[in-house]
Ligand binder design. Sequence first.
Ligand SMILES: [Zn+2]
Length: 133
Amino acid sequence: MTKQPIEIQCAACGKLTLARAEPLYDGFKKTGEAFICTGCGARYASAAETPFASAAPARPHIFSDADKPRPLSIFSDDERQRSCGWCRHFVVNPFSQRCGLSNKATEATDLCARFEKKTSAPDADPPPPPRNV
Ligand SMILES: [Zn+2]
């Protein structure tokens, strides 16, 4: 008895579409409703014959963990080696030493706010930082 459009999985056009209800009368007495596909005009003579979308499998809700905030990485006790020579962004080539982040020339002994420790040598004593030539 609703005037709202009703979702159906239309058997005639095969689409998930809307149907409108059309009251059926026997004389002046309402005897039921027919449903008409708004997509193709197919007519279903009664609610029993109408393929309401609620009978169709529900669309799954998809959640992703990708939006979860990542835990902050917390500096441990090895802040003693926060100079550029220990930083993973430190770039050494035959002509200069520079920071791969800022692309500025830097010294192996410089301290940097964006320091990130090299991961190649975890706990063992890494080789000494390269010296300026
Ligand atoms: Zn249809």
